[in-house]
Every structure is written in structure tokens, then in C-alpha cells.
Design a protein around this ligand. Structure first.
Ligand code: ZN
Length: 507
């Protein structure tokens, strides 16, 4: 007796359909799984056996062969448990085989027959709709994310018994999920923090606004307690709201990474990711035997914050170059390479010296000049070249950060950011933001007048600017002009852009 159950797996962040063929025939009891399953899929034999028995069904004491097709796609994860179990129950007559047709099935089984949430269900739901599937049978805990895909019938189930009951029912009797179970917009807490809670630090606040307006990467240099983390956490709140397409992409990545909480639908806020400096390169940029997205992809369309940047392993920092340049990361594996989107604004922070107190009026720095040089040297040239804005954040008494007159609100700053972004989009739709302007586009869209060119040439000598450094300053000046609503880059815009080069001017 042969039964075919439609399922899907996720490669990168895209779903790929998988046919689970279950053959139960007479012969000595035997269970064989073919079709490139990885270790986690091979373990499903024991889970399926226990789940079927503990749900009150008989496990066939026959020859069982399961084939996962297409054979050239590596199948990973436990989400084939449910399709395998349903195929066996169909092959033994507990499920009407015809009822499985046109339905995609996904879910992991517990030994007691309960159905556990799966990764990447949003991508699988989108694939189900693309192929005109009759319905998606899925774990109840994944209902909210699947509901993001409109026009697809969802059949959420909590147990194997419930799945069998639903499949044996007429579709007319399927319960329609109540709107209240479809999940709430996914908040990440990034909008709870407002710039108005933060007082002082006018220079760093301005740099944050320029970073948000032009999509520029930002490095803050300052002693511990100067408010670098507080500033960074307020960047998502002044970036433009997440668009629907951006939200779908971000939610899909979080779903594939298994980072979407149950009951959460579409993410409604820009992500803010702040990995610790002990993170591995795989955890940062993604990878593993079944490639999963890393922190750079979880920060897609949002902010990646690296505190104490020189403390990160050099290899980890080097791995950031591709995502910073291309907005995506390629993870290569023996069978195929997958690409994860990874476009984020990078905010890095570091102390001015290993002890942190260089230049502090109240504390004494005991670092030697070679120690300081070595510390700063850990930020390699190529990576530093991709930090458009480098600002000094001065030590201030903690009371100055939280008391005194309230600062401008995030909403007010965001208004200016939105206006500046609209100008950039109208000027160059490809780049969208000034930070992404190529050298050629920069010449076309950000020409300098004679006075501006002279000013920059003089500064280039003084600051030992590379050609890249030169371009960076023009990009930042273009953003400052956009924030001012100015058509052309004026000397004052360049003067301000030149201030955001702290490290180069002191080392
Ligand atoms: Zn020091």
C-alpha cells in the first residue's frame, strides 16, 4: 500500500516542496528512509513509532519504506515527522488517502503524539499558496505566522489524533481559525525607547540622525557609561517604519532561524540585534550543516549593534565584509550554497583605549601608547573603511544623561529622516540611500562645487584620507544636505561631514 504526502523543507529562506512517499508492504518488520535525509530526519523513525502508538493507533509490523523526493535536496529537521506518520496511517487505512491530496503537511511530533512548532512555516505557507494548495496542515503554534499569507486555508492541529480527525472530515466541517488566534503584530521592543529619554550628547544624537537618514554605518568611541548603548538602541525608532515587503522578509528570516515567538504574526518593528563579542563567525553570519541565518540576517532591514568592537575575533569581523558590501551573505556547503539577505545599519562602539578612560577628565588612563595603537589596530583598515561616521561620545555624569530638559523626541527626528530619505529615493532609486551610492553615482548625484573640492583636498592631506575615505565624506555630506533640504552640497555640509572622522584624526 503506497501513500504520498506533500510536505516542504526550507533551503536558505525559501521553501521547497517535498513528496513523502510511504510504502507499507508485507514482509519482515523493517523501516527504511531514503532520499537524502540528514541525521535529524533519520531520528524521526523512533518519534513517529512512539507517537503513533501513544495516539492509540497500531504501528504496522511490516516492511516500511519511506522516500523523500526530490532526491537531490537535503532534507533537514524534524518537520517531516507529521507527514511520515500521516503517510503510514494512510497506507494502513486510518486516514483516507484521497483526503491528503492537495494539502501541504508540516510538523514535528513529540513521543506522546503532540505536534511541535516547525521553522520556516511562513515561507512554507507562501509556497503552498503559490502552488494553489488546498490547505496547509500545520502546528497550532505556527498559526500566526502562516496567517500572514492571505488566501490560504489553514488547518492548525495540536496532536496527531486531531490531524487524523481533520483529514477524515469533509473540508466543509473544518473549523475556521478565530481572528483572535491569528496572532498579534510582532513587536521587538525597539520602539519603546525614545530619544527624548536621553539628554545631552547633542553631537552623537546628530550622528545617529545622519546615520538613519543616509543608511550610514556608525562607530561611536567613548568611555564606558557614556551612553553608547542607549544611543544605539534608539536608532530603530528613528528609521522609517518597516514596509510590508520588508516585514515579510524579516519575519521569514526570524521564522527560519526559529526566533519567532508563538502567536506572533508579521514583525512590525525594525530588528535590533546586539550579539556579544564572544560570538562565533557562524553565529554572526550564518552557517551550520543545515545553513541557518546568523545575526547579520536577523538584523536584516534593521540595526546590528556591535559593542566593544575590537574585542570581537578578527575572523568574525572579517566575515562582516560581504554583508556590509552586498547586503547579503553566501553560506557555502558541500551540496549547494544558500544566500541569506543581510542589509542592516551597523552601529559599532568601542572604548578610546583598552582601559576606557583615555581623555576622561576624572579618571586616569594607564594604557601605554603601543597598547592603545594595538587596540585600535584591531579594527582592520577595510572594515574601518566601511564605517561612514566615526564619532566621539564624551564621558558625562550619568545624571546628565537622564536629567535636565528633555531631548527632542524620536518622532520629530524621524520626520526629518523620512523627508531626507524621500529625496534620496527620488534621486537614485537603485541605491535608495546615500550610503549605497556607487562611485559613479556619487559623481552624478553628489557633485561638489569648486570651494567644496578645495576644502576636501586640503582635508584629505591633513587626515591622510584614502580614495574610499574621500567618497565616504561626500556621501555623508550628501545626506547632511538632504536633511537640510538642500539641492546642492554646500561647504557647511562638508564641514560637518569632516567632523565624523574621530579615530583617523587622532591616531
Ligand atoms: Zn586607557
Amino acid at each position: 500500500m503506497l501513500a504520498t504526502v506533500e510536505s516542504a523543507t526550507v533551503i536558505g529562506i525559501d521553501a521547497c516542496r517535498v513528496h513523502v512517499e510511504v510504502d507499507v508492504s508485507f514482509g519482515l518488520p523493517h523501516f527504511q528512509l531514503v532520499g537524502l535525509p540528514d541525521a535529524s530526519v533519520r531520528e524521526s523513525r523512533d518519534r513517529v513509532r512512539a507517537a503513533i502508538r501513544n495516539s492509540g493507533y497500531e504501528f504496522p509490523a511490516h516492511r516500511i519504506t519511506i522516500n523523500l523526493a526530490p532526491g537531490d535536496v537535503r532534507k533537514a529537521g524534524p518537520a517531516f515527522d507529521l507527514p511520515i506518520a500521516l503517510g503510514m496511517l494512510a497506507a494502513t487505512g486510518k486516514v483516507q488517502p484521497s483526503s491528503l491530496a492537495g494539502i501541504l503537511h508540516v510538523g514535528e511530533l513529540s513521543l506522546d503524539g503532540a505536534i511541535q512548532p516547525a521553522r520556516g512555516v511562513l515561507a512554507i505557507a507562501a509556497e503552498a499558496r503559490r502552488h494553489g494548495a488546498r490547505a496547509l496542515l500545520l502546528p497550532y503554534d505556527n498559526l500566526a505566522e502562516a496567517a500572514v499569507v492571505s488566501g490560504l486555508t489553514l488547518l492548525p492541529v495540536r496532536t496527531l489524533v486531531e490531524a487524523v480527525t481533520r483529514l477524515n472530515q469533509s473540508p466543509a466541517d473544518w473549523p475556521i481559525p478565530a481572528p483572535s488566534t491569528l496572532g498579534t503584530p510582532g513587536t521587538l521592543g525597539t520602539l519603546d525607547l525614545d530619544l527624548s529619554d536621553l539628554h545631552g550628547q547633542a553631537f552623537a544624537r546628530r550622528a545617529l540622525e545622519v546615520a538613519a537618514a543616509g543608511g550610514h554605518n556608525l562607530l561611536m568611541v567613548g568611555p564606558p557609561g557614556a551612553g553608547k548603548t542607549m544611543l544605539a538602541r534608539r536608532l530603530p525608532g528613528i528609521l522609517p517604519p518597516l514596509s510590508f515587503d520588508e516585514a515579510i522578509e524579516a519575519t521569514t528570516i526570524h521564522s527560519v532561524a526559529g526566533q519567532l515567538r508563538s502567536g506572533v504574526g508579521l514583525l512590525s518593528e525594525r530588528p535590533f540585534r546586539a550579539p556579544h563579542h564572544t560570538i562565533s563567525d557562524v553565529a554572526l553570519v550564518g552557517g551550520g550543516s543545515t545553513p541557518r541565518p546568523g545575526e547579520v540576517s536577523l538584523a536584516h532591514h534593521g540595526v546590528l549593534f556591535l559593542d566593544e568592537m575590537p574585542e570581537f575575533d578578527r575572523r568574525v569581523l572579517e566575515a562582516l565584509r560581504q554583508p556590509i558590501e552586498e547586503g547579503r551573505i553566501t553560506v557555502s556547503r558541500a551540496l549547494r550554497s544558500v544566500v541569506f539577505p543581510a542589509r542592516f545599519v551597523l552601529v559599532a562602539a568601542m572604548n578610546p583605549c583598552p582601559c576606557g578612560y583615555l581623555g576622561d577628565p576624572k579618571r586616569v588612563c594607564r594604557c601605554t601608547p603601543p597598547q592603545i595603537a594595538r587596540y585600535r589596530g584591531r579594527l582592520s583598515g577595510p572594515l574601518r573603511d566601511r564605517l561612514d561616521l566615526i564619532v566621539e561620545v564624551e564621558a558625562v555624569p550619568i545624571t546628565a544623561l537622564t536629567e535636565g530638559p528633555a531631548g527632542e523626541s524620536s518622532a520629530a527626528v524621524r520626520e526629518r529622516v523620512l523627508a531626507a530619505r524621500a529625496r534620496q529615493l527620488a534621486r537614485c532609486a537603485r541605491a535608495r540611500v546615500n550610503a549605497q551610492l556607487s562611485g559613479t553615482e556619487l559623481k552624478k548625484h553628489a557633485p561638489l562645487n569648486l570651494a567644496g573640492r578645495r576644502l576636501l583636498e586640503r582635508s584629505a592631506d591633513k587626515l591622510h584620507l584614502s580614495a574610499r575615505g574621500f567618497h565616504r565624506i561626500i556621501r555623508v555630506a550628501r545626506t547632511i544636505a538632504d536633511l537640510a533640504g538642500a539641492e546642492a552640497i554646500a561647504t557647511e555640509h562638508l564641514m560637518e561631514a569632516l567632523q565624523y572622522r574621530f579615530v583617523e584624526s587622532t591616531s
